[in-house]
Design a binder for this molecule. Structure first.
Ligand SMILES: Cc1cc2nc3c(=O)[nH]c(=O)nc-3n(C[C@H](O)[C@H](O)[C@H](O)COP(=O)(O)OP(=O)(O)OC[C@H]3O[C@@H](n4cnc5c(N)ncnc54)[C@H](O)[C@@H]3O)c2cc1C
Length: 226
């Protein structure tokens, strides 16, 4: 297990591995609550739910969101993202209402509305079905859609003010890689006269994910100059 990261190197126990570019990808495990249910779970601890999101043998108990493991109609595992959790919440509410009206249950179907991710200041990538967009307009779409889905006018207003302030003041909470001209550990090739690219990651840095339009965990690596 990695126990130390320093400019130009990663430590695994006592072994030092030279690494000019160090990328950190956080994984998440399912809540231990799933194991306590005593029903089948997958390797990540997610509960293998029925197509109507109930658990085997207990039709009145539902598991949704990140804790639920369910395949889509193509046999692909539904992703652990907020839209899945939100749609499953709505679905279960609807299922309970249908139960009360003695209507038959329906299998959950995820409606993928697309994906959006910020990749820098005023830059994002977007995919809606076959339609793809990148750059400034994708970022505007990202901003607009995220504000739109916040509950309540007050929330929207507060977040808009906070984001505008961050944008104007260049205040950042979690951007780890900045595009500095110095890259510790990068071989100083005589041909390219050194390299430019990413800033070293300091474990002590504030690495919390943030919902600000300026905070991105995207990696921007500038290739060596030729
Ligand atoms: C770093 C990170 C970035 C992400 N970015 C995105 C993104 O950009 N877009 C996106 O769509 N999704 C993103 N996700 C995924 C998204 O956050 C989840 O898919 C979504 O929050 C799942 O919702 P949920 O209700 O299932 O679980 P959660 O939102 O995790 O809610 C579960 C709640 O249950 C509580 N809880 C747990 N155990 C107990 C217990 N025993 N008793 C009582 N309460 C308990 C927890 O405290 C928590 O509040 C991200 C996740 C992470 C970790």
């Amino acid at each position: 297990m990695v126990n130390r990261i320093e400019p130009g190197a990663v430590w695994v126990g006592d072994e030092k591995i030279a690494a000019p570019v160090i990328l950190w990808a956080a994984g998440v495990a399912a809540s231990p609550l799933g194991r306590k249910l005593g029903v089948p779970i997958d390797r990540a601890g997610r509960v293998l739910v029925q197509p109507d999101l109930s658990i085997p043998g207990h039709p009145k108990v539902f598991v949704i969101g990140d804790l639920a493991a369910l395949n889509d109609e193509n046999g692909k595992m539904l992703p652990g993202v907020a839209p899945v959790a939100i749609q499953q919440g709505d679905w279960v509410a609807d299922t309970i209402a249908r139960d009360l009206e003695n209507q038959p249950r329906r299998n959950f179907r995820y409606h993928d509305k697309g994906s959006l991710a910020t990749i820098g200041r005023a830059a994002a990538v977007a995919q809606f079905g076959k339609f793809e967009l990148s750059g400034y307009f994708a970022w505007l779409a990202w901003l607009f859609i995220h504000i739109l889905f916040l509950i309540g006018f007050r929330n929207r207003l507060v977040v808009m003010i906070q984001w505008a302030w961050s944008y104007l003041t260049y205040e950042r909470g979690a951007r780890l890689i900045t595009g500095s001209d110095e890259l510790a550990g990068w071989p100083q090739s005589q041909e390219n006269g050194g390299a430019t690219g990413v800033s070293p990651f300091h474990p002590s840095a504030d690495a919390r994910p943030s919902a600000s339009p300026l905070d991105t965990t995207a990696v921007t690596v500038t290739p060596p100059r030729h």
